[in-house]
Design a protein around this ligand. Sequence first.
Ligand code: C2O
Ligand code: CU
Length: 461
Amino acid sequence: MLNRRHFLKTGLATGSAVLGGGTFGLLASQASATPDLVLKPRIIDQNILGHNPTKNVFSYNASGPAPILRAKQGELFHVRLENKLPEPTTIHWHGLRLSNAMDGVPFVTQPYIYENETFDYIFTPPDAGTYWYHPHCNTLEQMSYGLTGVLIVDEKEAPDFDADVTLNLRDWRLGSDGQFINLYKARKSARAGTFGTVKTTNWEENPVYDVPSGGIIRLRAVVSDVTRIFKLKTEGADATVIALDGYPVPKHFPLNHQAVGPGQRIDIALRMPDEEGKEVKLINASSSKAWTVATLRSQGASLKRDIRDLRPLPRNPVPVPDLKNAEHIPFEFTATAESAPKNGFCGTIGFSFWAINRKAWLGVSPDPMAPLAELKLGKSYVFSFRNRTPHTHPIHLHGLSFTLLNSNKRQIDPFVTDTALVLPDERMDVAFVADNPGDWLLHCHIIEHQKTGMSSFIRIT
Ligand code: C2O
Ligand code: CU
């Protein structure tokens, strides 16, 4: 098979003892034989609506949402995937700079992991922050049915917070009987995407968490939904944005309707009221009907913390691009209108609505398995993202982190990220050092857009 052959060419079959190679490689001898944990994705029944249990929920856990995984910055992390689903899967570690062989993209970095097969993901995260994990196979179904989890990489030295609360934000497409309805509507896939009917945080509607009164709280929100772009604000206390997409922001700023799209993360800090029982609400105001995403409730005697004690998080060691000598590469995101065959692999949904540089990547054989751009290892690049559609697209690059440079539409700060929200008709330049060799996907994280063409990859050698 064409795609498997391609995989063998660039994947592990190099005979080398280094897993992945380059600065992100790992000597096989460093890899521990026993994993830190084993993830077993499987199908469960789960109460999501509160009355009728939902059937056919996919989870990385025996019940409830995926576990929050915790790795340590600069330390080896070893997860074994043991597939208990009746279909193939893989795990992609969204936002992590790791070796290509661990990136979890079927036919690009690894073969399918079929039912009852295992695969060991072993890597050393160079950066601390809030990341997440999900399949990269039959992605629309597997993620919509439940397979999205949070991975926290803890800083080498723990920052001074009184509580650390993680929120996995995602919708479900359920009918009033609590059962799944059609996951997408094609005419919506051709627009902003199909939204869920039930909005949850950690698989619950508006969960309430008790945290210390008068304490400084770190709140990590991960948008693992396949479609929805959130606009977050708080009520009951002011909040400060301390990191976006895992990376500490260069300068703290107040949370005020911050857009967080599929694939993106936000870390905020806030000080709880002194009085016990007082609530602080995290609110999504992205549509005319705002709703509470989660509630924090003050508990116990006040810790009397001073929010001015809040210190910036330590910077992550992302290399600084050499803008003077950087090569510029344009990427155009457009709508296409071709029909696509339904016999693709890896969960193509049989339509072609979107393209990058006029090419729609549909996961159909024979596939245009050629990279959209070939980059030289160690060189600096500026990617010019041009959105020629009337919709916002969260554009995600695997394996590398880039710095936002400028936009033709708005003032942007030099945030470091792996997923950029590119607005309608926006042109946004981003820069990075191509320091991680391999084939890296570049795609829209509105999964219907990805699955109907807005996906491709770049190659670094
Ligand atoms: Cu979070 Cu290619 O994905
Ligand atoms: Cu998109």
